[in-house]
Design a protein around this ligand. Structure first.
Ligand code: NAP
Length: 275
């Protein structure tokens, strides 16, 4: 096991399970060093049975016993959790906030002597292929940074960045627009007369091949595009059609809108903290 500190979870829902299953399956943390607190006791027992983790009687017990306290409650519950824990001393402890849109300030302002990390794993993190945004505050020491990077690396690739950039990564790492693009190609294949099952297989292998080529040529996207665009050929005709449909503009607007939505959510929470 590479991380030997005690990991506590406040909230034992979907994202807590994804974290627990990855960190235990990849032997980053011994399940006996994991403690989960959750209002629904049946859920807690289920996590205990399936992963061998310990059940905490309360959020306060999870904080008392944990070195790294992962707060995995829904965003609307985060303020009440901060309030519940505001009289506890967090010296030597690090809070890792996973709740979408919740600024680190909520915990920095309310919890005594705490160091705070904010992380946003995207959905493919559950199968170990996530793109995970992580922000550390200045109080987080080197050991905690290394351990937390180790934990999230069990779920995919980590990108460390300042907190103000998290909303950008939240938008860019959304799988839905990517699936929508894949689905549109499948629909085009069906439109042209290939059956649904074959179309899906065909598109999967086309995209997989493109990703593998990109993996072998990092930082070379424009070279790959040039190499696959024979002058006067089919591909340049397709690219021309994308241009006519303002493809680049639509894609950029899609991600700018996702960023704005995520930022708006965080701004509203920040405003409520100022009251
Ligand atoms: N799911 C993902 O893939 C993912 C990825 C990145 C970020 N996130 C973020 O993570 C947060 C949680 O998402 P989720 O999908 O895990 O939601 P979820 O499945 O609803 O889990 C939330 C858990 O928190 C528990 N809870 C509620 N109030 C609590 C309290 N006062 N103290 C302790 N635990 C409490 C709930 O228990 P009861 O059900 O018993 O009330 C539930 O088990 C959200 O902000 C989400 O945006 C999720």
């Amino acid at each position: 096991m590479s991380v030997t500190k005690t990991i506590s979870f406040i909230g034992g829902g979907k994202i807590a399970e994804i974290l627990v299953s990855n960190m235990t399956a990849k032997k980053v943390v011994d399940p006996r060093n994991i403690l989960v607190s959750n209002p629904g006791k049946a859920r807690l027992e289920d996590l205990g049975k399936r992963f061998g983790v310990n059940c905490a009687a309360s959020n306060r017990e999870a904080v008392e016993k944990g070195d790294y306290v992962f707060i995995c409650v829904r965003s609307e519950v985060a303020s009440s959790v901060a309030e519940e824990l505001c009289d506890m001393d967090f010296s030597g402890k690090t809070v890792v906030s996973i709740s979408a849109g919740i600024p680190m300030k909520l915990y920095q302002q309310n919890l005594k002597n705490v160091s705070v990390v904010r992380a946003m794993p995207n959905p493919p993190s559950k199968i170990g292929y996530g793109a995970i945004a992580i922000t550390f505050d200045d109080r987080t020491d080197q050991k905690a940074r290394e351990d937390i990077m180790e934990i999230f690396s069990s779920m995919g690739k980590c990108f460390v960045l300042p907190e103000e950039k998290i909303n950008i990564l939240t938008s860019i790492t959304c799988p839905a627009p990517v699936f929508a693009f894949c689905s549109a190609i499948i629909q085009a294949s069906v439109l042209l007369g290939i059956d649904h099952a074959t179309s899906e297989d065909l598109v999967f292998h086309t995209i997989q091949g493109c990703l593998k080529e990109w993996e072998k040529n990092p930082g070379q996207m424009s070279k790959l595009l040039t190499e696959t665009s024979t002058p006067g050929g089919i591909s340049v005709q397709q690219l021309f059609s994308l241009d006519k449909g303002t493809f680049n503009g639509v894609v950029k607007q899609t991600y700018v809108d996702g960023w704005a939505k995520s930022k708006d959510f965080g701004d509203r929470i920040l405003k409520s903290l100022e009251k």
